[in-house]
Design a protein around this ligand. Structure first.
Ligand SMILES: [Zn+2]
Length: 145
């Protein structure tokens, strides 16, 4: 396995719940000379500090059409949310996305309100989250891994 492949393999194991964050971060620390060359500085530092989201997206998050389902970020309006929901339903009916439970390792940002739904891309294994609009929050669509 090349260094790239080994890093991607570890991140995939973590994403699927088969590797604890403590094992992942200690592996990263043990191999930091190599790993630091494979990631942006921010992604590398966050990964060492047990926050792998940026590394996951950087290494595993590109080149798949799940990125085109809906633009990422906060919804501008209720109709933006409705559109996103219908795109998700469409992607589900085509077998592109499937519903999953909230992954155990997800840390929702402090102060985040509203119900959320989680999806897995059947093609790349990427994980997506929709935050439903609620009072002050407009909701959002984002890749979490
Ligand atoms: Zn995908």
């Amino acid at each position: 396995m090349t260094n790239h492949e080994e890093l991607d393999d570890k991140l995939k194991q973590y994403r699927s719940g088969n590797l604890e964050i403590s094992s992942l971060s200690s592996w990263v620390k043990d191999n930091s000379n190599i790993i630091s060359t494979l990631l942006s500085r921010t992604a590398f530092l966050k990964l060492k500090q047990r926050n792998p989201t940026k590394a996951l997206i950087e290494r595993l998050g590109s080149g798949c059409n799940c990125n085109d389902i809906f633009k990422e970020g906060h919804f501008d309006s209720r109709s933006d949310y409705d559109q996103c929901e219908s795109k998700i339903n469409n992607a589900k009916s085509l077998g592109i996305l499937s519903n999953i439970q909230e992954p155990s390792w997800v840390n929702s940002p402090k102060g985040e309100i509203g119900a959320a739904g989680f999806y897995c891309c059947q093609s790349c294994g990427g994980l997506w989250k929709i935050l439903l609009p609620e009072r002050a929050s407009s909701g959002s669509w984002s890749r979490i891994a």
